[in-house]
Design a protein around this ligand. Structure first.
Ligand SMILES: Nc1ncnc2c1ncn2[C@@H]1O[C@H](COP(=O)(O)OP(=O)(O)O)[C@@H](O)[C@H]1O
Ligand SMILES: CC(=O)N[C@@H](CCC(=O)OP(=O)(O)O)C(=O)O
Length: 303
C-alpha cells in the first residue's frame, strides 16, 4: 500500500474549486449584462456589511458584469431630521417631504451617503463615481400623486406628499459614459422636476426606473428582511405580479415593502428579466444569489 500523498490538495481546496465551477454557467450567462443594485439604508448600518457589499460590486465588475448602484438612506435621513428637530411622517412607505425635508434628504443622500459608498467601492479596489438624478439630466422627476381610503370606506382622499417625486423620464447618457470608462455609477435618489424643484424619490422606485431604462438583466433590492414574508412569516421565494396584487390587497405587504414590490412589477413590465429582494444583513448575499444554484430571497418575474 502506498503512503498518502502529502502534496494532494486539501479537501477544503477541492470544495473551493467546486464553488468556482458551480459559478461557471452564471459567469458565462451574465458577462456584459447590466445589473442594477439598490442598496437600502437599513442594509448599510454595519461597516463589515458595507465592505462585503463593496467587494461584491467590485467582483461583479471584475467578471464582466456591469453593476449600477442606486442607494437609499431612509434611516439616515430620519436621524438627521431628528437632530434638526424636524418631524417626519410616511404614507405607504413614502416620506412626506416639505421644503426643509427635501433639503435635508438631498444633503444626506447625495452628500454623505453617496460619497461614503463611493469610498467603500474604491477601497475594495474598484472605480466608482457618485452622482444623483440631477447630474447630466439623468432623471426628470414628477410629483407623486397618492390617494388613500379609510378601511371600509369607498371615498378616496388625495394626500399631498409635498416634494416626493417619481422618475418621469431617464436619460442614460451619463450612465453609459461611466460604464464605458470602466466606472461604477453610484446614484442618489434625488432629481429635479420640470418646475425646477428638487424632488425626494424613494430609492426603490428610482432603481426600478433606471433598471427599466437600461434594459437591465437583473434588479436587486437589498433590504433588512430575508425577502417577502407571508402572514405566518414564511419566506415567499417566487412571486409573479398577480401574486403581488393579491398579497397587497389582503394586507400581507405593508410599509416599505409596498414601493419595493411596485418597483419589481414596473421593472419587469419595462423589460427587466427578473427582480430579486435580498437580505442585505447577510454578508456577500449578492454572490450567493448570483453564482450559486440555490438562490436566496424573493425572486419576482413575469408569470
Ligand atoms: N410581507 C412583508 N414581508 C417582508 N417585509 C415586509 C412585509 N410587509 C412589510 N414589510 C416591511 O418592509 C420593510 C422593508 O422596507 P424598508 O423599510 O423601506 O426597507 P429599505 O430601507 O431597505 O428600503 C421590512 O423591514 C418590513 O418591516
Ligand atoms: C420619498 C421617500 O420616501 N424617499 C426616501 C429616500 C431614501 C430611501 O428610499 O431610502 P431607503 O431605501 O433606505 O428606504 C426617504 O426620504 O426616506
Amino acid at each position: 500500500m502506498s503512503a498518502p500523498d502529502s502534496h494532494a490538495p486539501h479537501p477544503d481546496m477541492l470544495a473551493k474549486t467546486e464553488t468556482l465551477i458551480e459559478a461557471l454557467p452564471y459567469l458565462q450567462r451574465y458577462a456584459g449584462k447590466i445589473f442594477v443594485v439598490k442598496y437600502g439604508g437599513h442594509a448599510m448600518g454595519d461597516a463589515a456589511l458595507a465592505q462585503d457589499f463593496a467587494e461584491d460590486i467590485v467582483l461583479l465588475k471584475a467578471v464582466g458584469i456591469l453593476p449600477v448602484v442606486v442607494h437609499g438612506g431612509g434611516p439616515q435621513i430620519g436621524a438627521m431630521l431628528k437632530r434638526l428637530g424636524i418631524e417626519s411622517r410616511f404614507v405607504d412607505g413614502l416620506r412626506i417631504t416639505d421644503a426643509a425635508t427635501a433639503e435635508v434628504a438631498e444633503m444626506v443622500l447625495a452628500g454623505s451617503i453617496n460619497k461614503e459608498l463611493v469610498a467603500w467601492i474604491e477601497r475594495a479596489g474598484g472605480r466608482a463615481a457618485g452622482i444623483s438624478g440631477k447630474d447630466a439630466g439623468l432623471v426628470r422627476a414628477r410629483k407623486v400623486e397618492r390617494t388613500t381610503r379609510d378601511p371600509g370606506s369607498a371615498i378616496e382622499q388625495v394626500v399631498d406628499l409635498g416634494f416626493v417625486g417619481e422618475p418621469e423620464s431617464v436619460d442614460r447618457t451619463i450612465i453609459d459614459t461611466l460604464l464605458n470608462a470602466g466606472i461604477v455609477p453610484v446614484i442618489a435618489p434625488v432629481a429635479v422636476g420640470a418646475d425646477g424643484h428638487t424632488y425626494n424619490i424613494n430609492a426603490d422606485t428610482m432603481a426600478g426606473a433606471i433598471a427599466g431604462a437600461l434594459g437591465a438583466a437583473r434588479l436587486f433590492l437589498l433590504t433588512d428582511v430575508s425577502g417577502v414574508l407571508s402572514k405566518d412569516k414564511a419566506l415567499l421565494s417566487d412571486l409573479t405580479p398577480t401574486d403581488i396584487a393579491a398579497l397587497t390587497a389582503d394586507g400581507t405587504i405593508s410599509g416599505g415593502m409596498i414601493p419595493k414590490l411596485e418597483t419589481c412589477v414596473a421593472a419587469i413590465a419595462a423589460g427587466v428579466d427578473a427582480a430579486v429582494i435580498l437580505d442585505g444583513r447577510i454578508g456577500h448575499v449578492m454572490l450567493l444569489e448570483i453564482f450559486t444554484r440555490r438562490g436566496v430571497g424573493t425572486l419576482v418575474r413575469a408569470g
